[in-house]
Design a protein around this ligand. Structure first.
Ligand code: GUN
Ligand code: FE
Length: 409
């Protein structure tokens, strides 16, 4: 069946160019966009002329199990993890809770216009399994992985190396591309809690089967010091991952703040990607993402909420924070939009399917009401700076409406 919506389209073309098309009809047949035109279609259409339509937003790094632990003040990353976060993740051991949190999490992403999420779940088989079941039921597009930790962790989270590997491989076999919307992503948490064997085996399996990997890198200075003590043979934190097989083109590295030129060269050499989480960096006082250096090196990156260190699942909020968090570099609204849509689609290997609104691509759409529908250059700016926790009017994933404002559905 063909559906059409009349709206005002803002489409990212590049970091520096956004295309505005007022008053157009976007038509889609099932999950695919079939036309974008100013001509009225023959069939019925929905009138959303009072909205701006963006491509569905993409959150490239988020911890589902931390959804209820946002806003916990601390002196920095390690204290925050040890005081609040590890114990919070334990709650997802209980299946009833895992169902509840997964459902709330996905519904809230939809309400904020996010259509694709790249997720770490708690390190329990069922917590991850339930996240996949819920994503399937609700129609979320998602890459999901069970967090892996086999050392230096609280006993309620730590697994043996073999169990961690076995369960991750099982989840991958069960869920990877089980529907067109779902992928598995291996999620070794970060070097301090992962043994060399664990990292090497994940790397081997992921390369062989072309599965994505995500982990954290160089977020905080105490974390880096700990890594240096644990891996004295390595030349740097990045080198720990390079030596242990975790770096390749389908690796997404979270944060990457305190990073040397040599390490950036290494990331570039492996063509690995970065998830930049400005709101989280602000909250945990982690430091400033070296935006210009990353651009100069040509390393691909995307924006991400990193909830629960991020304060909100709203990607409009993250886009605003991307500019606020830089001391010198000015991140334009157009750049922020790109790194939460087309640029993000690129780092997760999906730029031919999602990230912009084009004929032949998936109908992943987010509609927002704004005070300004006329001034092309001001619409996006106002959307970010004035309404960063704004609820979408409607959100569509693969042609299916997953959220409608003021609807109890
Ligand atoms: N490093 C290791 N684990 C985490 C986490 O859960 N959140 C953040 N922000 N950094 C981490
Ligand atoms: Fe994180």
């Amino acid at each position: 069946m063909i559906k059409a919506i009349r709206t005002n389209l803002l489409n990212p073309l590049s970091p520096y160019k956004t295309h505005f098309m007022p008053n157009v009809f976007i038509s889609f047949e099932n999950d695919i966009i079939v036309s974008i035109s100013s001509k009225k279609p023959q069939h019925n259409w929905q009138d959303l002329t009072h909205t701006i339509c963006l491509p569905g937003l993409i959150d490239a790094h988020v911890h589902l199990s931390q959804y209820n632990a946002k806003g916990k003040h601390s002196s920095g990353l390690l204290e925050w993890l040890n005081t609040y976060i590890f114990i919070e993740e334990k709650r997802s051991q209980h299946e009833t809770y895992a169902h509840q949190i997964s459902e709330h999490f996905f519904r809230e992403t939809f309400a904020y216009g996010t259509t694709t999420t790249v997720i770490y779940t708690a390190p329990y088989f069922q917590a991850c399994n339930i996240a996949f079941e819920t994503a399937t039921k609700l129609g979320a597009r998602s890459m999901i992985g069970k967090t892996m930790m086999d050392r230096n962790s609280p006993d309620y989270l730590q697994e043996t190396t073999q169990k961690s590997l076995k369960e991750s491989f099982q989840l991958c076999e069960k869920w990877h591309q089980s529907t067109p919307l779902l992928d598995y992503i291996f999620s070794p948490r970060f070097a301090p809690v992962c043994s060399p064997t664990l990292m090497q085996e994940v790397g081997k399996y992921a390369h062989k089967n072309n599965i994505f990997i995500q982990t954290h890198l160089s977020e905080n200075t105490s974390e880096i010091k700990w890594v240096t003590e644990l891996f004295p043979e390595a030349n740097s934190y990045t080198d720990v991952y390079a030596r242990n097989n975790l770096l390749y083109e389908n690796t997404i590295l979270g944060h990457v703040i305190h990073i040397s030129e040599t390490e950036l060269e290494l990331i570039k050499k492996y063509n690995s990607k970065i998830a930049h989480c400005p709101d989280s960096n602000f909250f945990l006082k982690s430091g400033t993402f070296p935006y210009e250096k990353i651009l100069d090196k040509g390393i691909k990156f995307a924006l991400a909420s990193d909830v629960g260190a991020g304060s909100s699942l709203s990607m409009l909020n993250v886009m605003k924070m991307a500019n606020y968090r830089q001391e010198k570099y000015i991140v334009s609204p157009s750049e922020a939009l790109y790194y939460a849509t087309l640029g993000a689609a690129e780092i997760i290997g999906k730029k031919d399917e999602i990230g912009s609104i084009e004929v032949g691509k998936q109908a992943d759409l987010a509609f927002f009401q704004t005070q300004n529908l006329q001034e092309k250059d001001e619409i996006l700016s106002e959307l970010l700076y004035l309404s960063s926790d704004k609820i979408a009017e409607q959100t569509i994933i693969a042609g299916k409406t997953v959220h409608q404002k003021n609807s109890t559905k």
